[in-house]
Design a binder for this molecule. Structure first.
Ligand SMILES: [Zn+2]
Length: 113
């Protein structure tokens, strides 16, 4: 079976947290096995780009399709660097220093002693 899916999704940029359009385009070939022996055969023959599934009466096609589409998404979606409104260096500079609270505690200790 060949799975082809396409369309535009709204993802959130993990750098600037703004939504942006991302073009989904997936095209994969899946071998459908009727039993375990056939699944083993397809698994041995399929190369890294192809997949084999055991499509018995328990097989959940919707869950499988959902997994295939989720796996085609980027793990950390970000704008292309030239269009992302947030520069990584300014974002890092604006984040609070996690050790700032230690400096505050140190100042309190000096005042008490
Ligand atoms: Zn961005």
């Amino acid at each position: 079976m060949r799975l082809e899916a396409g369309g535009q999704l709204q993802l959130q940029c993990q750098r600037c947290m703004q939504d942006f359009g991302w073009d989904l385009a997936t095209n994969s070939l899946v071998y459908i096995a009727r039993n375990v022996a056939e699944l083993d055969l397809w698994d041995r023959q399929a190369d890294g780009l192809e997949d084999a599934v055991l499509a018995d009466s328990q097989f959940d096609w919707f869950a499988w399709l959902e997994d295939e589409l989720l796996l085609s998404l980027p793990a950390a979606p970000i704008h292309r660097a030239e269009i992302c409104p947030t520069d990584r260096t300014t974002q890092q500079a604006s984040q609070p220093n996690p050790f700032a609270v230690l400096a505050t505690l140190k100042q309190h200790q000096k005042l008490k002693s």
